[in-house]
Structure formats: structure tokens, C-alpha cells
Write a protein that binds this ligand. Structure first.
Ligand SMILES: Nc1ncnc2c1ncn2[C@@H]1O[C@H](COP(=O)(O)OP(=O)(O)OP(=O)(O)O)[C@@H](O)[C@H]1O
Ligand SMILES: O=P(O)(O)OC[C@H]1O[C@H](OP(=O)(O)OP(=O)(O)O)[C@H](O)[C@@H]1O
Ligand SMILES: [Mg+2]
Length: 282
């Protein structure tokens, strides 16, 4: 049975379980369950702290896991990124009081930097050639500056609301861009259930990113319309009973669908309908 780690709490927990559900896997019914067996798919899910997941996967005790890219890099566990899951997006950055730094990463030399991600910070400072003291804290590191424990923090920034609340500003460019990822162990041979899980998750990503668009268009305007909706492989063109018209079906990026509908209408298309994709396998 394939064993997979899923975050049991925190920002990534609900969306990870939701994505697995959409991919057809059984998930726990209570937030307090720590295991869920999906016999139909021959998979067993283990609910673990997101920070520990890279350790379990790196050691080979679990075949795959869902965690954050920042947590994977911090752990230095031998696990590797298999695919980006496109949720839980955040940056990882330095921040300080507006007068607490000269705004450059080089200016961090000799300062005290508080973080829950010492691995990522040490490696980044090494790359910059900057020597500073790294203070490891478990969380809520933004408070460390006000409490006098550190001059600078390095932490996850999503909306920036936490930094603003404490009167802190970011220093330099993001150290890294994180999101939820599927991780595996470098060099592990592919089991059939692993390939199936990856294909199913890719199917969920496609279903989330794309919608189906259908419209009728005069044959004379077909080329212009199809140029707006080339689809992934090729759009489907079907005959209509009405002379001189055809119907077109294609996948388009959800983020672009309203612009495309406006342009199709301008190009002469009518009866333009958009539908969600519930699942996909390309
Ligand atoms: N707004 C956010 N706040 C915190 N983490 C976020 C946010 N957006 C995305 N993430 C990602 O979630 C992961 C951290 O999850 P979480 O906060 O649950 O773990 P943790 O901080 O180690 O645990 P906890 O805070 O429960 O002790 C990281 O990969 C982080 O990049
Ligand atoms: O930019 P924002 O949208 O404000 O989000 C970032 C904040 O959220 C996270 O905290 P979390 O809730 O995980 O608590 P923690 O610091 O204890 O991990 C992170 O550590 C930041 O504090
Ligand atoms: Mg947290």
C-alpha cells in the first residue's frame, strides 16, 4: 500500500485534503484523525506536521508527501520536489523596522536574525557571503524584534498584513517563492500508484485552471475565432443545421475567459457558453 503524508494542521492542511478529494482519494472525516486508509486506491494517508513531512519522505518511510517548498528546503532531508500543486503560495523574506536596516541584504552583516527556517536562512546568507547570527524560534517571529531578541526576521509573507501590524518592512528581494508541492525521494523507482496519483493531481490542476468554451460562428469568421481559442491540442468544430455556421468547443484558461468572450463576440461568434471542468486527464 502506498503511504502518503498530508499536513494535519495549518495553512496547507485543508487545501491539500481538498485537492486529494478532487483527485478521487478518500480523506479523513475528522481533523483529529491521524491516518486514513483508502482501500479502493491502495493508498494510506498519514496526517503529519507540515514541517516533519520532508523528514519522513527523505528517510523513505513514506513514499510521497504534500508540504511547502520552503519547509522542504529548510529540512535538507534528501526528499525532492515532484510537482507544484498551485496553492499555499507565499514568499519567504527578510524584514526589519524601517530604521532597522539599510534595505540591502548585505547590510544584514553582524545582525541578529530570528527565524523558524534556520536552514534556508543559513544557506541564503552563505550564498550572499554575509555573516550574521541566526536565532531559531518556533513561530510568531515578527514579535522577536519588538521584544529585543533580534534586529531582523526572516519569515513567510503572504499578504504582508502581519508585517504591517508590527510596523515592519521587507528587506531586499524574496529569499524564495514557496507554494504547496508534492515531494518524493530522489531516485525512488516509480510505483504504478505513484504515477496514477501524479496524473490525477495534474488532472485536478488542469480542471482548476481551464474552462470549456462553446460558441457558434459563421464559417467566414471561423479562422479569426479559432485563433482566439486554439485549445490545447486542437478545438472541436461541429456542423450546425444553420447554413454557413459551425459550432466550436475548446479549453481556455479560466483567467482569460472574459477577455476571450468579448473578443469572440466582436469577431462574430454568438451563443458563447462557458462551463467548468470537474475533472480531466489530458
Ligand atoms: N499565510 C501563510 N501563513 C503561513 N504559512 C503559509 C501561508 N501561506 C502559505 N504558507 C505556507 O504554509 C507552510 C507553513 O505551514 P504552517 O504555518 O501550517 O506550518 P508551521 O508554521 O510550521 O506550523 P505551525 O504554525 O502550526 O506551528 C509553509 O510552506 C508556508 O510557506
Ligand atoms: O503575510 P501574512 O498574510 O500576514 O502571512 C504571514 C504570516 O502567517 C504565518 O504565520 P502562522 O499563522 O503560520 O504562525 P507562525 O508564525 O506561528 O507559524 C507567517 O509565519 C507569518 O506570520
Ligand atoms: Mg505557521
Amino acid at each position: 500500500m502506498l503511504r502518503i503524508a498530508v499536513p494535519n494542521k495549518g495553512t496547507l492542511s485543508q487545501p491539500a485534503a481538498q485537492m486529494l478529494r478532487e483527485a478521487g482519494y478518500r480523506q479523513r472525516t475528522s481533523d483529529r484523525d491521524l491516518i486514513c486508509v483508502d482501500g479502493d486506491n491502495d493508498v494510506e494517508f498519514f496526517y503529519l506536521r507540515p514541517r516533519d513531512i520532508a523528514t519522513y519522505v527523505g528517510s523513505g518511510d513514506l513514499a510521497l508527501g504534500i508540504t511547502g517548498r520552503d519547509l522542504l528546503l529548510d529540512a535538507d532531508s534528501g526528499a525532492e520536489e515532484v510537482m507544484d500543486l498551485d496553492f499555499g503560495g507565499a514568499t519567504f523574506r527578510f524584514a526589519a523596522r524601517p530604521d532597522g536596516s539599510d534595505g540591502t541584504p548585505e547590510g544584514l552583516a553582524g545582525r541578529r536574525i530570528a527565524t523558524s527556517y534556520p536552514g534556508v536562512v543559513h544557506r541564503h546568507l552563505e550564498k550572499l557571503g554575509v555573516s550574521a547570527e541566526v536565532i531559531r524560534l518556533d513561530g510568531a517571529v515578527e514579535n522577536a524584534i519588538r521584544l529585543g531578541v533580534a534586529d531582523v526576521i526572516a519569515d513567510v509573507v503572504e499578504t504582508g498584513a502581519t508585517l504591517r501590524q508590527l510596523g515592519l518592512v521587507t528587506v531586499g528581494d524574496p529569499i524564495l517563492r514557496s507554494s504547496a508541492i508534492l515531494i518524493g525521494r530522489a531516485g525512488d523507482p516509480d510505483q504504478p500508484q505513484v504515477t496514477q496519483l501524479i496524473r490525477r493531481l495534474q488532472g485536478v490542476l488542469v480542471a482548476r485552471r481551464y474552462v470549456m468554451i462553446a460558441y457558434d460562428v459563421p464559417t467566414a469568421q471561423l479562422d479569426a475565432a479559432v485563433a482566439l481559442t486554439p485549445g490545447i491540442e486542437s478545438p472541436t468544430i461541429s456542423p450546425l443545421r444553420r447554413e454557413g455556421w459551425v459550432a466550436v468547443n475548446a479549453m481556455v484558461l479560466s483567467a482569460e475567459v472574459h477577455r476571450i468572450m468579448d473578443e469572440l463576440y466582436e469577431a462574430g461568434a454568438r451563443a458563447i457558453l462557458v462551463t467548468e471542468i470537474r475533472a480531466s486527464r489530458l
